[in-house]
Design a protein. Structure first.
Length: 179
């Protein structure tokens, strides 16, 4: 995460400071991150162990089987295609647990930019007004991000689909009186 704050020098071209050109500040927070691991599950109890999903993490013992081949990770979840090659995964044979690892790859990451611009106006020596405009997810880049953003349940109709996203762009304004 990167946080920056810049005082905007609007008064520099005019070589003088006045109420309109002074007191502007631009600030930003940028966050880049990898996605969460995609957790594979199989609620069918094909292993015949009689284990029901439950406990601390809510997952059973059964896992899907995985065949050799390229995962073909979909780096653009907006296209509606599965996040990985679903043809590699299948239900395990009866009486077996399954060969896929619980967490094989990571889901979509995040690239987020939040910005704010503010203007402080001095009314008197000890009294000021601050006007502020903030945007979250400034460039409105869909953040398909979160621990359950990709469905890893092999028996689900949505298997390997990206099913959740963080909020879209938000903007807010504020006025603060400082005394």
């Amino acid at each position: 995460m990167v946080r920056e704050r810049y005082d905007l020098p609007f008064d520099a071209p005019f070589h003088k400071s006045d109420r309109l050109s002074a007191g502007w500040v631009l600030s930003a927070i940028t966050r880049f991150g990898t996605g969460f691991p995609v957790t594979f599950t199989n609620a069918s109890d094909n292993s015949l162990l009689g284990t029901e999903p439950g406990g601390v993490n809510g997952y059973g013992i059964d896992l899907p089987d995985i065949a050799r081949g390229p995962l073909e990770i979909n780096h653009d979840p907006r296209n509606g295609q599965p996040y990985c090659n679903t043809a590699l995964f299948s239900l395990q044979p009866l009486g077996q647990v399954g060969s896929a690892p619980r967490r094989l790859f990571y889901g979509p990451g995040i690239a987020n930019f939040d910005t704010a611009i503010s203007k402080t106006v001095t009314i008197r020596e000890s009294r000021r007004l601050e006007f502020r405009l903030e945007t979250f997810n400034t460039f409105n880049h869909t953040p398909f991000f979160g621990p359950a953003s990709v469905v890893g349940e092999i028996t689900s109709d949505a298997f390997a689909q990206v099913v959740s996203a963080a909020p879209p762009r938000l903007a807010q304004g504020a006025v603060k009186f400082l005394f």
